[in-house]
Design a protein around this ligand. Sequence first.
Ligand code: NAD
Length: 285
Amino acid sequence: MTAPKQTSPTDSGAPSLTVPKLLTGQKALVTGANSGIGKGVAIALGQAGADVVVNYVDGDEAANAVVDEIKQAGGRAYAHRADVSSEADVAAMFARMMQEFGTIDILVSNAGLQRDSAFHDMTLDKWNKVLGVNLTGQFLCAREAVREFLRRGVVASVSRAAGKIICMSSVHQEIPWGGHANYATSKGGIKLMMESMAQELAPNRIRVNAIAPGAIRTPINTAAWNTKAAYDQLMTLVPYGRIGEPEDIARAAVWLASDQSDYVVGTTLFVDGGMTLYPGFATGG
Ligand code: NAD
């Protein structure tokens, strides 16, 4: 039997589930956490028992609202403004985290943006902006986190690993994307940075993995879901028949950050409703 397709651009269809308390006492940093996926991840990590740094670059009010929601769930949290593509900003963000929380156990490198353009018109500025935030930003944050994981090592009462890094990638680490060459390049870069780090750092009990979301309902891609026509068109790419919600990614992040996934190293978890299954071939191609 075929499940009914989700046809409304506003009605979610995503199940609402309780987040298990898998991260009690752990210290987490989520970049780009005042909007969309990062916001959902930060709140879920807080609900799972972690203390959370809510990084953002613009939008104090939205960042403070995420902090409040985490505090309401019983966790500690504060907002920290920093541009992840700036080495000095990232160093200062980690220095403050060491002061406020003492250490870091979980980094979710999520901050990202698009600056779309036909390839022949793409300015160096657009290219550098996307690579700077989406790829170099992940490098800078991961480097700081790894330095602290190596310094501190495993604390068995907290986690079986010395630290966990989750890189927010995209289905576009696999699917080429015309008109978005800078974005797809940044996500392809994340795939091999993540895998190289995972290979190098696994002997130190540092687990590095990625999540590759498909189409998730956030401000980054509003035009792809905010009208019925756009939503119906999007659904031709999603075999599961509904758009993803930030909570779908958040639950995957909680699991990947927890000891439940302790033997998962260097993997990209696709959370995409089947978008990477070549849906155009479902009827024979
Ligand atoms: P969003 O626009 O809602 O959120 C992006 C976040 O990144 C915001 O909090 C923004 O402030 C932050 N940010 C941007 N530049 C920054 C900088 N220089 N320093 C610090 N923070 C910065 O978008 P989203 O959809 O939630 O995207 C989050 C991540 O998920 C991105 O890496 C994106 O590539 C990835 N992703 C999203 C989708 C989707 O369908 N929404 C699909 C695949 C991958």
